[in-house]
Ligand binder design. Structure first.
Ligand SMILES: *Cc1c(COP(=O)(O)O)cnc(C)c1O
Length: 221
């Protein structure tokens, strides 16, 4: 058995029933992705538009592509219609651009709101205090559908991680009470290779695992 198959088997044996595993394939080849695909994985995460586009053209059409990295507004046009879920909806200008391009194509784009739960200045994501206003704006954008939340938590101890995951889960539950068109809290995307067990314990239902499946990334190629 290849390493990828072995890693997948191991991770899957620990998954809770309601949890979707997104295999984060950034920097990884089409061959490596196909190994995971043959094991039944259909959700793949990429953080760059160009890389996602190339792989989208090359690989089977039943793959569900998740965009998990920062999205520049000038690249929205290229990606709209190719994603299953844009997980990095993190600002008003991006929402307006996605909505415009989706309207041109006559489609509805599914998204997660990225929350900067650690309030880290260098990180993307909406601050908790600004969520209300952002969600109200999204109510006006008829070609965007919000399916839940995504977070990349600060690096820290297991206990610190758990606290951030818990905060996210509380936020998720609170926002679930909002009644708005094209707005629902179904997906809580949090947890990566090093901390997904903790994330699942604290209510994550979508984990994003890269190195844990494919091994270390080589950024120099
Ligand atoms: C790269 C990446 C991951 C996966 O990280 P690993 O530590 O390799 O599991 C998850 N989420 C986002 C947003 C990423 O950019």
């Amino acid at each position: 058995m290849s390493n990828i198959s072995k890693n997948l088997e191991e991770i899957r044996s620990t998954l809770k029933d309601n949890v979707t595993l997104v295999a984060v394939s950034k920097t990884k080849s089409a061959e490596e992705i196909m190994e995971a695909y043959k094991e039944g994985i259909r959700d793949f995460g990429e953080n760059k538009v160009q890389e996602l586009e190339e792989k989208y053209e090359l690989l089977p059409k039943d793959i569900r592509w998740h965009l998990i990295g920062g999205l520049q507004t000038n690249k929205v046009r290229k990606i709209v219609g190719k994603t299953y879920l844009i997980q990095s909806l993190d600002r008003e200008s991006l929402a307006l651009e996605i909505n415009k391009r989706a309207e041109n194509k006559g489609i509805l784009v599914d998204t997660l709101i990225e929350v900067n739960i650690g309030e880290e200045p260098q990180k993307a994501g909406i601050l908790t205090e600004n969520l209300g206003e952002f969600i109200t704006l999204l109510g006006e954008l008829k070609h965007i559908r919000v399916k839940g939340l995504m977070a990349i938590i600060p690096q820290g101890s297991e206990e610190e991680n758990r606290n951030y995951f818990r905060k996210m889960h509380e936020l998720f539950e609170k926002l679930a009470e909002i009644k708005q068109e094209r707005f629902s809290m179904e997906v809580l995307s949090m947890g990566m290779s090093m901390d997904y067990m903790t994330a699942m314990e604290e209510g994550s239902n979508m984990i994003r695992v890269g190195t844990g499946i494919f091994g270390a990334r080589n950024y120099t190629v």
